[in-house]
Design a binder for this molecule. Structure first.
Ligand code: ADP
Length: 151
């Protein structure tokens, strides 16, 4: 079974994440969306909210699983028997950042990182921009799946 882990903060899930996950489903037997828990990070949405947004967005997609994890991504991959890490690339800055992590992960394990280039239409979207729009009372709904709504 080809299982890929798609790790991230998803604070919140955006149309960019959504696009990568949908395309990942065609490449792998299972895509595990793994919400990383980092005690030092301040999030806009609680872990429960972030998880619910993703669950609702992929409720009709049986090949997508949603989990939370702590610690090193490669350790978690081994725990759930995922041979691949899926990541999205938006721009050269993403590439440089991801390259260092992927090399390190390869040095420490046999796990391969598979990169998908973002769809042109969502390449400018980031969770941090979405949070800024929300804070400033802008229309964030055009940047996120319908399941992501601020109460
Ligand atoms: P992290 O905290 O690891 O940056 P994110 O939730 O921001 O977590 O992102 C998780 C993954 O989704 C990363 O691989 C990131 O490159 C990818 N990603 C983020 N935004 C987009 C986008 N607009 N299009 C495609 N991939 C994206």
């Amino acid at each position: 079974m080809k299982r890929a882990l798609f790790p991230g903060s998803f604070d919140p899930l955006t149309l960019g994440h959504y696009d990568i996950i949908k395309r990942g489903v065609h490449l792998f037997d299972e895509v595990v969306i793994a919400i990383g828990i980092n005690a030092d990070k301040k999030y806009m949405f609680s872990l429960d909210e972030r998880k619910k947004f993703i669950e609702e967005a992929f409720k009709d997609e049986p090949k997508v699983k949603i989990v939370t994890y702590k610690g090193m991504t490669i350790d978690f991959c081994k725990e759930i028997d995922a041979e691949f890490i899926l990541r999205g690339l938006r721009n050269p800055a993403d590439f440089e950042f991801e390259k260092a992590i992927a090399h390190t992960n390869r040095m420490l394990s046999k796990i391969e990182t598979i990169f998908l280039l973002t769809a042109a239409s969502t390449s400018y979207i980031s969770s941090s921009i979405v949070r800024d729009v929300i804070r400033n009372k802008g229309d964030y709904t055009v940047l996120v799946p319908d399941s992501v709504r601020v109460k």
